[in-house]
Design a protein around this ligand. Structure first.
Ligand code: NAX
Length: 336
């Protein structure tokens, strides 16, 4: 029997990622063919016509799972009864904009949106932040959502995770589906740490498979340090350079997989998501930090007990230091 429709609210729905998200969600790619959806598109007035156009096209797809599309520029309307919030719209860094200005501008978006989620969303609401700086925007939204447990807010690092898997699959001439156990640690930024220490390909440790191909353990470590990590961490810039525009379809795909796995479970597999730290791996409590995670369908859980060697620890610490600096800058604005 078909379930009642889930209300999915997408902010920035008139933008590029929004356009790549809406049709796949309505087709059932995110929640499955057994869960109808009601879409709510939140935009600012400048983005409203684009969102309206997308809504017309959604109608023209006649998706059986789609039980209505509503548009609003008011967060209290758009999040009313919302079960899944995908916070995509954000303020991009403008010319000459300092980090503090960027954080302040986004606090002005994610604070009120978090507050509205606290006031009017469904009791079981879960929210994923895509708009950058994603980790800190999620921190702000979670802190503003009165009555909603902070761990219902996550930020997207699945794109970084998928990028890492894609790079390893290419280097090892493997299918991406055979690469398991990759982890993204830290911030969704150039300081992130893509980690393969616990990853396997076709059952063999990735580091050993790399050593076999590249001519030894040292060559494998050098490739990881000099090629793999910077390429994954700076892939967004590479896409902009080649494509002339930022990642869109891959970002939307990652957001869909993030929500799908959170809601439907990972089947025991590890993936990556930025979630609220409770002090795991000595990451300060409350930070929204990327970790290796699993889900049983009731939210992401951090995979605990993985060994981090000194080099890995130093990389994680550097990214966590950036998250702490972002949090402190937001605190200095009086937001948290
Ligand atoms: P676009 O500029 O195409 O779209 C953003 C949309 O958000 C616009 O339509 C704008 O009108 C709307 N918007 C702005 N403020 C809003 C508000 N207060 N309420 C509702 N809507 C609002 O950007 P797009 O390419 O779609 O990227 C969206 C965000 O994703 C950006 O912040 C981008 O940096 C971020 N990304 C995050 C990624 C991740 O892995 N976490 C990867 C891809 C992407 O770079």
């Amino acid at each position: 029997m078909a379930s009642a429709p889930t209300t999915v609210t997408i902010t920035g729905a008139g933008g590029q990622i929004g356009y790549a998200l809406l049709f796949r969600i309505a087709a059932g790619d995110m929640l499955g063919a057994d869960r109808p959806v009601r879409l709510r598109l939140l935009e600012i007035p400048q983005g409203m016509r684009a969102a309206e156009g997308a809504a017309l096209e959604l109608q023209d797809c006649a998706f059986p799972l789609l039980h209505g599309v509503e548009l609003s520029d008011d967060p209290r309307v758009a999040f009313d009864g919302c079960g899944i919030a995908m916070l995509v719209g954000a303020r991009p860094r403008g010319p000459g904009m300092e980090r503090a200005d960027l954080l302040a501008a986004n606090a002005g978006i994610f604070g009120p949106q978090g507050a509205a989620i606290g006031e009017v969303a469904a009791d079981d609401v879960r929210a994923v932040v895509v708009g950058n700086p994603a980790n800190t925007n999620a921190l702000i939204a979670a802190a503003s959502a009165a009555g909603v447990p902070a761990d219902r807010f996550t930020a997207l690092t699945r794109l970084d995770h998928n990028r890492a898997v894609g790079q390893l699959a290419e280097a090892l001439d493997a299918n991406p589906g055979d690469v398991r156990g990759v982890a993204i640690w830290g911030n969704h930024s150039a300081t992130q740490f893509p980690d393969v220490a616990h990853a396997a390909v076709g059952g063999a440790p990735v580091v050993e498979a790399l050593a076999e191909r590249l001519g030894g353990h040292d060559a494998a470590l050098a490739w990881l340090d000099d090629v793999f990590i910077p390429r994954v961490a700076k892939r967004g810039a590479e896409i902009i350079e080649v494509r002339g525009s930022s990642s869109v379809a891959s970002a939307a795909n990652a957001a869909i997989e993030h929500v799908r796995d959170e809601q439907r479970g990972t089947g025991g597999a590890t993936t990556s998501a930025a979630v609220v730290s409770r002090g795991e791996y000595d990451v300060p409590e409350g930070l929204v930090c990327s970790f290796p995670v699993t889900s049983d369908g009731a939210g992401y859980r951090i995979v605990e007990g993985l060994a981090l060697d000194d080099r890995s620890r130093a990389r994680l610490d550097a990214s966590v230091a950036e998250l702490v600096a972002e949090r402190d800058a937001v605190r200095a604005l009086g937001v948290l």
